[in-house]
Design a protein around this ligand. Structure first.
Ligand code: ADP
Length: 397
């Protein structure tokens, strides 16, 4: 069976077609500028690439074009739509309405649209648009919602509650939900497999460090805490996001800068983080370059990021009462030896010893960067969120 994985944004739609027998990606691509002049689909399949410059006024047209590309000459990988067993849709926020991967029914669609949009106003409406488009174009194919938040549903109350009035949590659902759940789930399971242990035997801290970054404590295969919060603004400072900040400072800043509530949140999401600190870039490659050339604010931004990430590792080791493994993943975690070194340095007291030479090497697949005698194993594991979405979707069927 083949599963189509869809990740729809407001003007974009990324897809992968995964063969579940081999778990290999047989086709992939993305539509950009949906609803904007100059829309384009870049598609790969059969070892070939093709670019479709075609007007895509909405997501329905985009999906139709994707399905056409999946069958098209040169890059086509299927003969008929019947070969697609189901579609898995990535959904950023579930609130408390969905705890796990869910098959789409009219009621499910209603809950998604009526209850969850305000929890992720940029992402969930876009995903729902992609979903509705798929349902129209493939009316007989089962659709599944796979949530970024599901893996965090196992957090205990003491970890996910904020110190606000309990009634307000109950009434408004304001609590920690976390993000990047499919990635934390994937890499923690991969780590257990690599170490030849059952997930139940391991206490793992997973560091998903990318444009958005989150750190999770995974005890016995279950998430027990995570750094992102009610929204993906919380935790460590990120590319352009502030990370954790005293709520009173937000009110103070908004007053000084003449911003209303929404503008203040946009400011914290878009103008802060390492981009705001460095004044140079949100991209860690630029910060590395800047720091190398003597730019102190680039160096400071990197220092802050490493320091804050390290603090989460320490906090989660304490929360779990031990630590067996640290995993680095995503754009920065997989590609930046400097960040990994900055996070790991000084964690010897926890039993972490890492090999600087090994850390500096670039490899494919899982890469062990701890020394042989390190009590805590440190692994670099390429994430694969699409595969998790496909597996969850297939399991649901
Ligand atoms: P997203 O959250 O958008 O999925 P990614 O996980 O793809 O982000 O991570 C993107 C980030 O990874 C980039 O902003 C960049 O800072 C970082 N990155 C990618 N390659 C490198 C590298 N070689 N060295 C340092 N940072 C890198």
């Amino acid at each position: 069976m083949k599963i189509l994985v869809i990740n729809a944004g407001s003007s974009s739609l990324k897809y992968q077609l995964i063969d579940m027998q081999t778990e290999k990606v047989v086709a992939k691509g993305g539509c950009e500028r949906i609803g904007i002049p100059g829309s384009v689909l870049k598609a790969k399949g059969n070892g070939n690439e093709k670019t479709y410059e075609k007007d895509m006024p909405n997501h329905k047209v985009a999906i139709e074009l994707v399905l056409h590309a999946l069958k098209d000459e040169g890059i086509g990988v299927i003969k008929s739509m019947d070969e697609i067993g189901a579609v898995g849709h990535r959904i950023v926020a579930s609130g408390e309405y969905f705890k796990k991967t869910t098959l789409v029914t009219p009621e499910v669609l209603k809950t998604l649209e009526e209850k969850t949009f305000e929890l992720a106003p940029l992402h969930n409406p876009a995903a729902a648009t992609g979903l509705r488009a798929c349902m129209e174009v493939m009316p007989k194919t089962p659709m599944a919602l796979v949530f970024d938040t599901s893996f965090h549903a196992t957090m205990p109350e003491k970890a996910y509650l904020y110190g606000i009035a309990y009634e307000d949590y109950k009434e408004y659902g304001v609590r920690r939900y976390g993000a990047h759940g499919t990635s934390h789930k994937f890499v923690s399971a991969e780590a257990a497999k690599y170490l030849g242990k059952k997930p139940e035997q391991l206490k793992i801290v997973t560091c998903h460090l990318g444009n958005g970054s989150s750190i999770s404590a995974v005890d016995g295969g279950k998430c027990v805490d995570t750094s992102m919060g009610f929204t993906p603004l919380a935790g460590v400072l990120m590319g352009t996001r502030s990370g954790d900040i005293d709520a009173s400072a937000v009110e103070f800043l908004a007053r000084k800068k003449g911003l209303n509530h929404s503008e203040a949140v946009i400011y914290l999401n878009k103008k802060c983080g390492v981009a705001g600190i460095s004044g140079v870039s949100s991209d860690f490659r630029d910060l590395d370059e800047g720091a190398k050339n003597g730019n102190n604010r680039c160096a400071l931004a990197l220092d802050m990021f490493n320091y804050q990430t390290k603090k989460f590792v320490g906090a989660y080791a304490a929360a779990m009462g031990g630590l067996d493994c640290i995993v680095f993943t995503a754009g920065i975690g997989e590609n930046s030896p400097n960040v990994r070194e900055g996070v790991l340095e000084g964690l010897e007291f926890l039993g972490v010893k890492f090999d600087k030479n090994e850390n500096a090497k670039r490899t494919d697949g899982i890469h062990e960067i701890s020394t042989k005698d390190s009590k805590v194993k440190v692994l670099v594991i390429p994430t694969n969120e699409e595969l998790v979405i496909a597996r969850e979707t297939a399991a649901l069927l």
